[in-house]
Design a protein around this ligand. Structure first.
Ligand SMILES: Cc1cc2nc3c(=O)[nH]c(=O)nc-3n(C[C@H](O)[C@H](O)[C@H](O)COP(=O)(O)O)c2cc1C
Length: 168
């Protein structure tokens, strides 16, 4: 049944409505002069394929926000269903060392951490960041990428829970 907007706040209604929109789960990482940082994100979208370009929305109060902008680079690591614990770890208020300690990482061209066994990793330079409300909308050009061609299942966040998608 459709829920009309009731007497609750627009923010609360928007969050409830967005809980019905399933999205892939990613770990956004960055490394450079401002340090090594990373957090869990679902607000990631393809913008164009030529040049390959992604959009990532980052809360400006997140501890990763300043370093990502200052480093000017980021890597979008898309998680498989076996990496749910990593998603939880990277959304906790714990140190970056504790977040990174529970997985293996490599690097591609920008030096940002690239997660071993991610479904896809897209290593990017930031070309623009637009502050809007609580978030920055970051446009990032993909310089190098790597992806799995096996039958690994994806990880979706839907209805405030994690779900596996793909062939069992
Ligand atoms: C499934 C999921 C998706 C999220 N997506 C985003 C996102 O797209 N952008 C964002 O800024 N934070 C997102 N968050 C919140 C951050 O992962 C995290 O809570 C926040 O960065 C922690 O802030 P801190 O690093 O300051 O402790 C998401 C959290 C979860 C669990």
């Amino acid at each position: 049944m459709l829920q009309p907007i009731g007497p609750v706040s627009p923010t609360s209604s928007f969050r409830n409505a967005m809980s019905r929109v399933g999205a892939s789960v990613h770990i956004i990482t960055s490394a450079g002069p401002a340090g090594r940082v990373g957090f869990t994100a679902s607000a990631v979208s393809s913008v164009t394929d030529s040049p390959p370009m992604l959009l990532v929305c980052v809360n400006r109060s997140a501890s990763s926000h300043g370093p990502i902008i200052a480093n000017g680079v980021l890597c979008v690591n898309t998680l498989s269903d076996e990496q749910e614990a990593l998603s939880r770890r990277f959304s906790e208020k714990i140190s970056f060392d504790k977040r990174f300690d529970c997985a293996q990482w490599g690097t591609l061209i920008t030096g940002s951490p690239v997660l071993d066994h991610a479904l896809a990793s897209m290593d990017c330079k930031i070309v623009n960041a637009i502050a809007y409300g609580t978030h920055s909308v970051i446009l990032a050009e993909v310089l190098e990428m790597r992806y799995r061609e096996d039958q690994s299942r994806g990880l979706i966040y839907f209805d405030r829970c994690y779900h596996a998608v793909g062939k069992a």
